[in-house]
Design a binder for this molecule. Sequence first.
Ligand SMILES: [Zn+2]
Ligand SMILES: [Zn+2]
Length: 446
Amino acid sequence: MKEFRLFCLLAVTLIARPAGAQQSVDALVDREIPQLVSTYKMLHAAPELSHYEEKTSAFFAAQLKSLGYAVTERVGKFDRPQFSGYGVVAVLKNGVGPTVLLRTDLDALPVEEKNDVPYASKVKTKTESGQEVSVMHACGHDVHITSMIGTAKILAALKDQWRGTLVIIGQPAEETVDGARAMLADGLYTRFPKPDFTLGLHDSADVEAGKITYTPGYAMASSTSVDVIIRGLGGHGSKPEATKDPIVVASQTILALQTIVSRENSPLDPAVVTIGSIHGGTKRNIIPDEVVLQLTIRTYKEEVRQHILASIERIAKGIAAAAGFPEDRAPIVRVIESENAPSLYNDPQLTERMAAAIAKAIGSENVIKAPPLMASEDFGHFSLDHQIPSCYFWLGAIEPSRVEASRKSGKPLPSLHSSLFQPLPEPTLRNGVRAMTAAVLELMKK
Ligand SMILES: [Zn+2]
Ligand SMILES: [Zn+2]
């Protein structure tokens, strides 16, 4: 009888344990929320542009230091030496177990905030070219920083529930997609523990606060910046026979490039070729020497990206040749490596596991599978070409009644990067901390 009672007690304890652990996470989050909301508002009012995240990174570093993490600042080596690397790497070692990397980005955008909230940004600064711009956390990276601080705090307090090495990084220059590469180039995986898993989150401008969405497999596209320089032979507008007109060839090239996705690519492999800028000429009666096209290519698969790049070159050169341009004036196709982002691939097994753990913490009705996007970000670099299993999920951030009204009216909500993007601090931050903590505990639990 005694043994039976003991057995019952043990069984109840074992069954109750996950709920108890979740309760302790929730109690800690409850305790931290007021402080996290004020941290968020402070960060929101003090945004910094990509490559200039000096104060934001110092604040993030100080927070993690005070929690007992071993913190290294100024991690990041950019291709352009004029930029300082404001990356932060914070390591918390807690026995033998997996190494898990969590990433937040740190930077804001040159956008003038139009939200009527007391903590709206009024920051103005000068860009590298001397242009005065307003600055706003219009992509919500302040939500990510604050969620990460909350997660770091709770995991430090719950060290008895997990084991392994936690690496939390603050990445600069996400919006310019060169920050992840800069941190890796500065020894992120040689000077610091190399992760077995990488996790990240991003706020969503069209999902309700309180919900999480996730996409197993390809979740975001790679983005490749390409310049096509069409070099003609300029001259007087009255003497076309003495020139090779790059404006006409540029026009034909633009139309012909539309056939890459529509005629050369499998419809089952998403791809976009966008020509976002065309510049050439100064005056109506001058045939210019040159026209420059600026393109972005987006794909999920690397082989599709390579095929599109080769096609752009073949088409541009073929059209110039057909127009009689000499070979030494053939178009130049140039990939701007520093602006490229890889596709973001969520390891399907890991992502389903993370989604299940998050569902346990916040309720399965709040965790929703979502379709992939053709937008890009540089988080994919940390997976080293999909070698390290990664999971990146979306954190709903919008007042639910606004999402509902938008669904009913069909009027879209302000998107990320909009001057009117307005995350709802509570419960977005609460949910970000609960979801990320649940994901980490699932991977590192004792
Ligand atoms: Zn952004
Ligand atoms: Zn962003």
